[in-house]
Write a new protein. Sequence first.
Length: 269
Amino acid sequence: MTGLLVAGTTSDAGKSVVVAGICRWLARQGVKVAPFKAQNMSLNSAVTHDGGEIGRAQAMQAAAAGAEPEAAMNPVLVKPGSNGRSQVMVLGEPVAEADALSYRDLKPALLETVLGCLGDLRERFDVVVCEGAGSPAEINLRDSDIANMGLARAAGLPVIVVADIDRGGAFAALFGTLALLSGQDQALVAGFVINQASARSRTSPGGPSSACCRGPRVSGSTSRTRSTSPHTARMRSRQQVGRRSRVPSSGSLTSATSLTSTRSPPSPV
């Protein structure tokens, strides 16, 4: 295997971190590995040694892989602007401004560039770990897709799909993603990864997925470290703000504690 595509059930499912983790693990095994993301939409960019721009996530993944970041690792960078238009960067350089409709007209030429960059990386590295964009099940965009199943089909890449169990509905999202794919695209899905798994949510490999999806099995899970996930941190911050707003301004720490301690516990879901 010289390539792998890491897709996700949604944006922010953890694709970037999973790709970085795979790159780091392979690099530690002595494998020459590179990250790749065909298309990234972000205002945040990193500058390569030759002055080009790529997504920061790909620069981070390159560092994990022990490789020098280069424009080929993120050939298409879309930088959102105003009035629904975005700046399109190709191989680190601005080439056009487009809205959602006119960007679709650029896709055939962009796909050629993407496949050329991926092919070049696969010749120079033992393994290329690709990151998808958004969700592979966005069927309204499938005919012009250059970053998910369209890329996997064109380049012959096996696909793993990542779901974030910390947000809830992970198994439904995995099932729905697989169900919305065509038969040819489904055949490329090699497995699932449950991201942000804790001891409470961890499942035995293959259990739920094999029962509901009748196809790929859960290939593994990633566990949280002691640091709280961004999603959980935001939720806790909102809860703390809500609690503070209910405490009288003249209340002491004791009154605030008693206020929260007398609140009845939430009913189990």
